[in-house]
Design a protein around this ligand. Structure first.
Ligand code: C5P
Length: 397
């Protein structure tokens, strides 16, 4: 189990840290909270002791073996996040001041360190603070920029604590140690395309885009430069990923073609409509004109097209969702589309399919079929990234 230290300093945003710590605990992490004396004015240490099941240690506290806790925690930590970080504490840590438990442990820790500033706009914009933040970056600390909005003091401006979901993602990224796709460019498509019938209606399917988003997230964690080409969806954006929205299969084809020359890996996780209405009515189709007959025409098979027209050796991965004769159809598809990997999911299987966070897939490649166990979509994404990295290595052999 990985250990995360959350340092909390004396700003009003300290109240948000309780939710952050609770969210981190749900990720199966061992979390310790260290607080400045001013932070304890805003929120009680008992809140964090109850959430983390560890006391909020003070300077010179020892464990039951008499070991000094600031050194023990510094050794144990896999990531150290200060959120919120006040201007005062930022100034201290960049100048090696260690006059309390938080700053002393921070100075002793050698793990990745993250700073999430939160303060009044004028304090934030003060060149002294800006210089100190620049120093943080020079020292290798990850600064998670404050956002802009209405601050507790009533001012509107920059200085709000970053979103908790961004802080979570940054911590997870810091804990992540596999950089198998470092320097590689990965393009992934996600979601269900929409094929217009008229300005109001369209044909689509049940895909939510979760699998494609999970691949984008894990590829980024593995060090890849990621472009996510997504059909309309309701998923939260992924920080640090180049997001390109599209609507129809034809839009998607055009965008994928544009990015094909800049990709080492292309993953087609989108559920692309195989057909689109031949005519798109300019005005809303009125029921008074009788039951319409809708003629469909084939959409291009994007996966097949990019796979057969690779500008240089590229890893191409397709997805197949089947409801019957799953493996038989998948093998046919693998041959027809000439991909490196085909990820097969059976819609009828429990925990797999649309809208859920888990998947149970089989991965077809040239010489094998691998049946993976039921796992989260993010874990499936990671399993794929490892295989993409291996395949790219084979190209250079
Ligand atoms: O042939 P089928 O649609 O079942 O194949 C699924 C795979 O092909 C998916 O990777 C999907 O993104 C891709 N596909 C495509 N263009 C289409 C239809 C499917 O790229 N028109």
């Amino acid at each position: 189990m990985k250990t995360v230290i959350v340092g909390i300093t004396g700003g009003i945003a300290a109240y948000k840290s309780a939710q952050l710590v609770s969210d981190l605990m749900k990720k199966d992490l061992d979390v310790y909270v260290l607080m400045t004396e001013h932070a304890k004015e805003f929120i009680a240490p008992l809140t964090f002791a109850s959430l983390t099941h560890h006391p909020v240690y003070g300077l010179f506290d020892t464990d039951q073996h008499g070991k000094i806790m600031h050194i023990e925690l510094a050794k144990k930590a896999d990531a150290f996040l200060i959120a919120p970080a006040t201007a005062n504490v930022i100034a201290k840590i960049v100048h090696g001041i260690a006059d309390d438990m938080l700053t002393t442990t921070f100075l002793a820790a050698t793990c990745p360190k993250l700073i999430a500033p939160a303060m009044n706009t004028h304090m934030y914009e003060n060149p002294v603070t800006q210089n100190n933040l620049a120093l943080c970056k020079q020292l290798g600390y990850r600064v998670i920029d404050s956002s802009t909005g209405l601050l507790a003091c009533g001012d509107v401006g920059v200085g709000k604590l970053a979103e908790l979901s961004d802080l979570m993602e940054e911590v997870e990224q810091a804990l992540w140690s596999d950089h198998c796709l470092q320097g590689k460019r990965l393009v992934v498509t996600a979601g269900a395309t929409q094929e217009a019938l008229d300005p109001v209606r369209y044909l689509t399917n049940h895909s939510t885009g979760k699998m494609g988003f999970a691949i984008a997230k894990m590829a980024k964690r593995c060090g890849a430069e990621v472009t996510l080409i997504a059909a309309p969806n309701h998923l939260p954006p992924i920080k640090g990923v180049n997001y390109v929205p599209v609507v129809s299969a034809l839009d998607m084809l055009e965008v994928v073609r544009t990015y094909q020359n800049q990709a080492d890996i292309i993953v087609k996780a989108a559920a692309v409509a195989d057909y689109r209405p031949k005519e798109v009515a300019q005005e809303k189709i009125k029921k008074e004109t009788g039951t319409p007959e809708i003629t469909l025409e084939r959409n291009p098979d994007i996966l097949k097209e990019i796979s057969l027209n690779r500008p240089f050796p590229q890893v191409i991965c397709g997805f197949a969702m089947e409801t019957e004769h799953v493996m038989e159809h998948a093998k046919e598809k693998f041959e027809k589309k000439q991909v490196d990997f085909l990820v097969v999911n059976n819609l009828r299987e429990e925990g797999a399919g649309f809208g859920v966070d888990s998947n149970r897939v089989s991965i077809l490649s040239k010489d094998k079929v691998e049946d993976l166990k039921l796992m989260s979509k993010e874990e499936v994404g990671y399993e794929l990234c490892k295989r993409f990295a291996k395949r790219l290595e084979e190209f250079s052999c």
